[in-house]
Design a protein around this ligand. Structure first.
Ligand SMILES: [Zn+2]
Ligand SMILES: [Zn+2]
Length: 230
């Protein structure tokens, strides 16, 4: 990622990070790009590329989640998207099947895993989804496929694309910490059924969602510490 682009994101993440002081296990340092790990990741959240995904996308997600949630986030080496989740009739991948696969086989040592794909994903009810997650579960998946698209008929700036990527990542990881959809204007946990609605949101949690998520995160970390060495 270019230095300028990272400065842009560092500024937007910092707003949230500053508001969360003392809320979760501390990360005093500037967010740094997570190291890619083959396996045995120890981060609270791991980001797992499913097939080829742009490097700046992976770094903005890993660093963004780490800065906003203030927990270690690992970026893992890519694996192929599970081919058995491909729906021939729709020429899309089944998001529900992907998260089931992530949950049962691919969480690794992290507490949550976020799979990222450049392929189009859907579920049995919706023609497409930006992401899907288990509520209070361990697995989430997101797709960049539609986030490149424009709502005004011309190419979008890279910053807007990456902004969308971070919003979807934060939204789906929020669900894994049991956050439901929120009705607060511009909160990242609002449901968004299309790009216009996604663009209306900000990559931040409203104060209600922030408290809910931090409590859930605290409980998850405490349970993990009691159950296994974190
Ligand atoms: Zn949602
Ligand atoms: Zn909210």
């Amino acid at each position: 990622m270019s230095q300028n682009l990272w400065q842009h994101y560092k500024r937007s993440f910092k707003v949230n990070a500053d508001r969360k002081e003392g809320c979760a296990s501390g990360m005093e340092k500037e967010p740094t790009t997570s190291r890619t790990q083959e396996a045995g990741t120890k981060g609270v959240i791991s980001v797992l590329p499913l097939g080829r995904v742009d490097t700046d996308v992976l770094h903005v997600v890993a660093d963004g989640l780490q800065a906003i949630l203030r927990v270690p986030v690992d970026l893992r080496a890519a694996i192929p998207i599970p081919q058995e989740t491909f729906m021939e009739a729709r020429q899309q991948y089944n998001a529900m099947a992907i998260i089931k696969r992530l949950d049962t086989k691919l969480v690794g040592n992290s507490l949550k895993v976020l799979g990222i794909t450049s392929k189009d994903i859907c579920n049995p009810i919706l023609t497409y989804v930006f992401g899907e997650a288990y509520m209070d579960g361990r697995a989430a998946v997101m797709s960049c496929f539609r986030l490149f698209m424009s709502t005004i008929g011309k190419p979008i700036p890279r910053e807007l694309f990456l902004d969308r990527v971070v919003k979807v990542a934060l939204h789906e990881i929020g669900h894994t910490f049991n956050l439901p959809h929120c009705h607060t204007d511009r909160c990242v946990m609002r449901a968004s059924n299309n790009l216009a609605e996604l663009d209306e949101k900000l990559n931040y949690l409203c104060s209600y969602c922030e408290v809910f998520l931090m409590e859930s995160l605290g409980r998850t970390l405490k349970a993990a510490r009691q159950g296994k060495d974190l």
